[in-house]
Structures are given as C-alpha cells and as structure tokens.
Design a protein around this ligand. Structure first.
Ligand SMILES: [Zn+2]
Ligand SMILES: [Zn+2]
Length: 79
C-alpha cells in the first residue's frame, strides 16, 4: 500500500517521491523526519527504514496509491 503522506509531519509523498521512507511494515515517513526526528528507527515497530521504491507510472493506473492519509502523534514527532 503506497501511502500518500508522512505519518509524522503529514507532508505529501507522491508515488514518485525519492523522499519516502518505509519500514518492513510499510509505515511511511519522509526522509527529513527519519533523519532529524526518528533517528533512523520506526516509532511504531523499532525497525529500520529503506527508501520506498518508485512504482512505475504505468503500474499506477491499475495499482493506484492509497488515498488514506495516516497521521499519528508519535512522541518523536511532537517533541
Ligand atoms: Zn515527515
Ligand atoms: Zn514500522
């Protein structure tokens, strides 16, 4: 599921964004939050992040990104 935003700061992360980071559970954050707020660890599961791969534009037609925005008040995000 390609999420449309950062769980921390709610900035848009379109399917072709190079700034999107995901953990193994596909919790989705922007690179800025991962580096400056989260210390490289997912606040949900404690796992590591990798850059979210770009889904080819042709595949987005039949497999569109999710429109459901996830935003959680993580301590690391608020503080
Ligand atoms: Zn963010
Ligand atoms: Zn996670």
């Amino acid at each position: 599921m390609l999420r449309p935003n950062c769980e921390c700061c709610d900035r848009d992360l379109p399917p072709d964004s190079l700034e999107a980071r995901i953990c193994s559970f596909e919790c989705t954050f922007c690179a800025g939050c991962v580096e400056t707020r989260l210390g490289g660890r997912c606040p949900n599961c404690g796992g590591e992040f990798v850059r979210r791969p770009i889904r080819p534009a042709a595949k987005l037609v039949s497999n569109p990104a999710s429109a459901v925005r996830v935003l959680k008040p993580h301590q690391a995000c608020v503080g």
